[in-house]
Design a protein around this ligand. Structure first.
Ligand SMILES: [Zn+2]
Ligand SMILES: [Zn+2]
Length: 138
């Protein structure tokens, strides 16, 4: 596998084949993936790995600040994505659990009615639910 990674390998993080594979799958993916999806993708590339190894690699990446972990549908689904440009939000299909990343942050224009002195906002979580095009037709 060629080392075309544009992400700097975090200092102090051990480089293993599984970790490199996990990272390359995330790099190619256009949407966030679950650990199971990453696992299947690596298996498809002909590598034999354990799902638990994928989870451990992802945990290490999250801890190193390279990957973001997002839970949707009341924590039923956990998704992993490379930490690239800021944060992301997702629209979740309640029919098939497909996850579609939002193109913007709906909170950009949102001005919470809070007094600055009383509360400092450091983050937010927004989820949108609905039906994807396939589920809508059923
Ligand atoms: Zn759907
Ligand atoms: Zn946002």
């Amino acid at each position: 596998m060629k080392d075309a990674s544009k992400f700097k390998w975090p200092k102090g993080l051990k480089r293993t084949k599984t970790r490199e594979s996990v990272l390359s799958v995330l790099e190619v993916s256009k949407s966030p993936l679950s650990a199971r999806e990453i696992y299947s993708e690596i298996e498809r590339m002909g590598e034999s790995i354990w799902l638990s190894t994928v989870y451990r690699a992802l945990d290490a990446f999250v801890e190193a600040g390279l990957v973001t972990k997002t839970s949707v549908l009341d924590n039923e689904i956990t998704l992993y994505d490379l930490k690239q440009s800021g944060h992301k939000h997702y629209a979740v299909c309640v029919g098939c659990h497909k996850i579609i990343p939002m193109l913007n942050c709906p909170m950009d224009d949102f001005k919470p009615k809070l007094l600055k002195e009383e509360f400092q906002i450091t983050g937010h979580k927004v989820e949108v639910y609905g039906y994807c095009t396939e589920c809508k037709e059923l």
